[in-house]
Design a protein around this ligand. Sequence first.
Ligand code: ADP
Ligand code: MG
Length: 253
Amino acid sequence: MNELLVARGVRKSFGKVEVLKGIDLTVHAGQVVCLLGPSGSGKSTFLRCVNHLERLDAGEIWVDGHLVGYRRSGGRKYEMRPREVADQRRDIGMVFQRFNLFPHRTALENVMEAPTYVLGRPREAVRQEALDLLRRVGLEERAGHRPGQLSGGQQQRVAIARALAMKPKLMLFDEPTSALDPELVGEVLDVMKDLAAAGMTMVVVTHEIGFAREVADHVVFMDDGLVVEAGPAAELIARPRHERTRAFLAKVL
Ligand code: ADP
Ligand code: MG
């Protein structure tokens, strides 16, 4: 199977605090991997490293065979320029806890924004694709609404459609349902389930253990900047080996 995301020995400190202490992780194409772990364990920092929003102190990350943030030339490694990083980032879609939609643009305009202005693609083709994406997340009839006129769950579904508009190879989700009222969580998880079923490669930071059990191929449990254990989702959740995993699951289940 094709390795779409490979992280080896990823370390990251903020000042004197080492937040990632050597993370190894492999995600194959089409897999869904859920990252679990207590607050402060480094999950968001790791996702930000994958997207090169943070610079690694040590280790390497590859996405689809490309070294993230660096290019090699004559046997040496050079840090990419911002423009090259931006190009590389197009392969990666990211969905955050907060939706960060443009407030003065409609749902449709939000989804059209990047393909139109970043890729400079023809407007009508982009519009059709954006409408298809809004249909896919169940919001075609809300295309003309602004974020303020949509519920949190609807806004998050627009944010997912917006990320998909760049046709990413990999989707990163950082607690996509944590800011939502409980009754709106299901509609967002359903969209993510459909995406997984359609073969999208996904790394999902979540406390939704039901989702992890049902949808994830693998679960990775992080604590204090390290991978404590990793394994097939159902097995790891049913029979965690480490005390720290057990304690965490007891709290969120
Ligand atoms: P998680 O997502 O698992 O809750 P984070 O990756 O957000 O964990 O944070 C891990 C640790 O790194 C926390 O102690 C947090 O305070 C710290 N941290 C994260 N980002 C920064 C930053 N930009 N500057 C300083 N400390 C940070
Ligand atoms: Mg986080």
